[in-house]
Design a protein around this ligand. Structure first.
Ligand SMILES: Nc1ncnc2c1ncn2[C@@H]1O[C@H](COP(=O)(O)OP(=O)(O)OP(=O)(O)O)[C@@H](O)[C@H]1O
Length: 859
């Protein structure tokens, strides 16, 4: 614990809160308080010596008059502030006059002389005086460390903590620093345990003592509220709470430790938890089974005098240790509405309230009375206010932000109304404030932790938070110890029995005073019964017991029958009073509702009136200004008329221009339409050309494919033709060789024929000289060969066969080609087929040869 805690803890203990550092010492506190309560003189323990004190028959005669005063007081109470602290309003149906009026009903010396019945029955109808405490809300400020984003951006700080209780905000542009003092200010270095020791520990003690206790966390988004109230709710490595665990689990750990101690002293505890959230003005149960969430949210209503505001249908879960609570907090937190925003990666989009109702029952061995104390412990995590522009909220987040800001504004108005002690506190203006009604200005000991960012870019929000926290400091709550009526009713019944026994002892000497005392005691019992009937069904049993006592009284004191008849009359009267009270209670409730509705109506009418007033003033001012403008306008009217005439002329000129421009426009429009038509025709043409092109492209593709296949086929055919050609060339060559040989032979034959001819000619001639053969003179042998001259006439001789042979030779030579060159003869089987010229392919002949036409197929 830091040294800064010291002064605060000293002051806390002087207020009755026990420092957390000494739990053992604290452990005795509630038991001691309970014993003290039971020892305090009450109806059953009236001050010795006052019992049986005569208090005159005048008291009885005052009853009817008093009854009418009760009615008036009840009506006045119901019309007065419906939001009066729970302790005051719940103590009686009769409002502030209640104590005095009931004192009038009671004989002196009954339930605690010198002490009003009001104090005796207190808020819970207890026979013991109820300790109450009127405290201001305790307000703490927690400055969180800079976030990693702020540290990285180097945003300068704007807050200083002085002496543990003062915070100073200095902002660029602000002339004077803003300074505020609180119960405690935690700097960025303060850990979770330190915050718990200062804020949470005392709440545990308050709760065990029977006081409702609430802790709020408030502040802008991302300021550290959830970190403070919930924090890390997982187990640490050693199984203990995590270091960053917030107030909630630390409070319950301490609470259950203390309960264990207390139970050793005979006190029995029950802890019932609930967890709800207010999201977009709808209340829902965070611990409801999946799918069991009420559509449209849960309803809130004013509960009975003891239990305060109730949420209908909210599930309650019994917890017997801190682990149970941890499970519930984990489950509920997982169901809570959260979202990532620019300001906080996991921003709570709802207000949440974790509530535990702690009930302690302690039997009093001496009196048989069972003291029942109970307290509500609320841990409230408010959603953070946010500037929409800064948080970047849009869509659903924007709706959430608006709803959050609206309910926080109502919270601000409630705080203002309470601090200014206004008659009407607008609790009902939002679900949040209605739900937290008891914690704000009511029956609760309340602490508020205002969370702020240390950095300058949040200075404005930190300032608003500190101003809100300052306001909250001035709220006064009135907490009372909440006690049940079981034991008190029993005490009253015991007192009743005692008085009746006393009455029996005195028998015939019983005075009218005693009867009145008895009646008063019965009135007390009946009143207590009536209050008890609002909370449980035990009254029926009590009445039965009461009747049994009456029967016993009748049996043992028959002499008192007549008096008992009178007693019956009184009882009847009391029944009437009871019935009247019940009616009054109904009236009062109706009046409270009516009053609240009226107050709201008055508020809204007040607002409307103010708006109407200010509108009327504005209208008046507007009328005056309009009057002045009229006057000024009248002066300017002539000038305006002149101007109007010139404008008229201008208008006419413009009209002419307009007509001309209209005509031009019409012409342009026609041109435009024409060009539009031309454009369309052109477009059609282009489309046609494109279509043709596409078709041709397709055909070209087909032709290319065809040409490729033809080329391949032609190449094949060409190869075949080339082969045929080379075979034919070879054949030609052979034929040429044969022809050359034949030509040589032919030439030889010709020469021979020529020479033979010459010889024949010579033989037929008379020339003595032989012809020149081969360029030489024929040898003599010819002559000898021929035997002289050949004779070609008659007789046939040698000349005729020679001439015949020579003729044959000439004929055969004449059939030979002369000089056109050799021509190959078509060989059978190789003769080219008769093909059309168009189907012949010209093939190059071998060098030196005549080109040959080669037949080929051609498709
Ligand atoms: N005192 C602190 N020490 C260390 N970290 C902190 C402290 N306070 C806040 N943080 C961290 O700052 C971040 C924002 O805190 P938190 O979620 O509690 O803000 P919040 O006020 O609840 O915001 P919102 O209203 O948007 O829900 C968290 O990551 C939290 O752990």
């Amino acid at each position: 614990m830091s040294s800064a805690d010291q002064p605060r803890l000293t002051r806390a203990s002087s207020r009755g809160a026990t420092p957390a550092a000494s739990p053992r010492k604290q452990a005795a506190t509630p038991r001691k308080a309970a014993r003290q309560l039971s020892a305090t003189p009450g109806p059953s323990g009236g001050t010795p010596g006052t019992r049986g004190t005569p208090f005159g028959s005048a008291v009885r005669s005052r009853i009817p008059a008093t009854r009418s005063r009760i009615g008036a007081a009840a009506r006045a109470a119901s019309q007065s502030e419906p939001n009066s602290p729970r302790g005051a309003s719940s103590g009686s149906l009769l409002g502030e006059d209640g104590p005095a009026l009931l004192d009038e009903l009671l004989p002196p010396g009954l339930p605690g002389e010198g002490e009003s019945f009001w104090a005796a029955v207190g808020a819970g109808g207890s026979g013991a005086p109820t300790p109450s405490s009127s405290d201001n809300i305790r307000v703490y400020v927690r400055v969180r460390p800079p976030s990693s984003r702020e540290a990285a951006a180097g945003v300068p700080p704007c807050l200083d903590v002085l002496g543990g209780q003062t915070v100073v905000l200095s902002e660029a542009g602000r002339l004077d620093p803003f300074t505020a003092t609180f119960d405690r200010v935690f700097g960025p270095e303060a850990g979770q345990e330190e915050v718990y020791a200062a804020v949470g520990a005392q709440m545990v003690e308050n709760c065990l003592a029977g006081f409702n206790s609430s802790i709020f966390v408030y502040g802008q988004t991302g300021a550290g509220k959830t970190h403070t109230i919930t924090g890390d709710v997982t187990r640490g490595e050693d199984g203990a709470l995590a270091e960053q665990c917030g107030l909630t689990l630390r409070v319950f750990r301490q609470l259950f430790d203390r309960i264990t101690d207390e139970e050793q002293g005979g006190v029995r505890y029950t802890v019932k938890c609930s967890y709800c959230e207010v999201y977009n003005e709808e209340l829902s149960d965070l611990l409801a089974a999946p799918g069991a969430r009420a559509a449209g949210g849960l309803a809130i209503r004013e509960g009975d005098a003891h239990r305060g505001v109730c949420v209908e249908g909210l599930t309650e879960h019994v917890a017997v240790n801190a682990d149970d609570v941890m499970g519930l907090v984990q489950r509920g937190s997982a169901n809570r509405h959260t979202a990532a925003t620019r300001m906080n990666e996991r921003s709570s989009r709802s207000h949440s309230v974790f509530t535990a109702v702690v009930e302690a029952a302690e039997a009093q061995a001496d009196s048989g009375v069972t003291q029942v104390r109970f307290a509500k412990l609320n841990l409230i995590d408010l959603a953070g206010s946010e500037r929409v522009g800064k948080s970047g909220a849009t869509g659903e987040q924007l709706t959430e932000a608006k709803s959050i800001n609206k309910s926080l504004t109502t919270l601000g108005r409630v705080v203002t109304a309470l601090t200014e002690r206004q008659q009407h506190v607008p609790y009902r203006d939002s679900r949040l404030t209605f739900l937290l009604k008891e914690s704000l200005g009511g029956n609760s000991k309340t602490s508020l932790v205002a969370c702020v960012s240390p950095c300058e870019d949040s200075a404005q929000e930190s300032h608003s938070t500190l101003v809100f926290a300052q306001g909250a400091k001035r709220i006064r709550n009135k907490a009372v110890v909440n006690q049940d009526t079981v034991g008190d009713l029993r005490a009253l019944q015991l007192e009743n029995a005692r008085l009746q026994r006393e009455l029996a002892k005195k028998e015939g000497t019983v005075t009218a005073e005693l009867r009145t005392a008895l009646a008063a005691a019965q009135a007390q019992a009946a009143a207590a019964e009536e209050r008890a009937s609002a909370t449980d069904g035990r009254v029926a049993a009590a009445e039965e017991r009461h009747q049994q006592l009456e029967a016993a009284l009748n049996e043992s004191h028959s002499s008192l029958q007549q008096r008992n008849a009178e007693l019956g009359l009184v009882k009847k009267e009391l029944e009437e009073v009871k019935a009247t009270c019940a009616l009054l209670q109904k009236d009062r409730e109706q009046l409270i509702d009516h009053n609240a509705a009226l107050a709201e109506r008055v508020d809204s009418l007040g607002g409307s009136l103010e708006r109407a007033d200010s509108a009327a003033q504005r209208w008046e001012a507007d009328a005056q200004a309009a009057q002045q403008r009229c006057e000024a306008a009248a002066g300017g009217q002539r000038a305006a008329e002149e101007q109007s005439r010139s404008l008229q002329r201008e208008v006419e000129r413009l009209g002419a221009d307009l007509a001309r421009l209209g005509a031009e426009l019409e012409a342009s429009r026609e041109e435009l339409e024409e060009s539009e038509r031309a454009k369309k025709a052109l477009r059609r043409e282009v489309e046609q050309v494109l279509a043709d092109l596409r078709r041709q492209q397709r055909e070209a593709a087909d032709s290319a494919e065809l040409a490729a296949s033809r080329e391949a086929r032609l190449r094949g055919e060409l190869a075949e033709v080339n082969e045929t050609l080379s075979a034919r060339s070879q054949r030609l060559h052979d034929l040429e060789s044969t022809l050359a040989a034949e030509t040589v032979a032919t030439a030889k034959y010709r020469k021979m024929v020529g020479e033979i001819g010459k010889l024949i000619d010579w033989a037929q001639s008379t020339s003595p000289l032989p012809p020149v053969l081969g360029g030489r003179a024929s040898p003599a042998g010819y002559s000898s060969l021929l035997g002289g001259r050949l004779s070609f006439g008659g007789g046939g001789g040698l000349v005729s066969p020679l001439a015949e042979a020579s003729n044959q030779l000439r004929a055969s030579l004449g059939s030979l080609p002369s000089s056109a060159g050799p021509r190959p003869k078509a060989t059978p089987g190789t003769a080219p087929p008769s093909l059309s010229p168009s189907k012949r392919l010209q093939v190059a002949s071998p060098a030196g040869r005549t080109p040959v036409a080669s037949p080929t197929k051609f498709r």
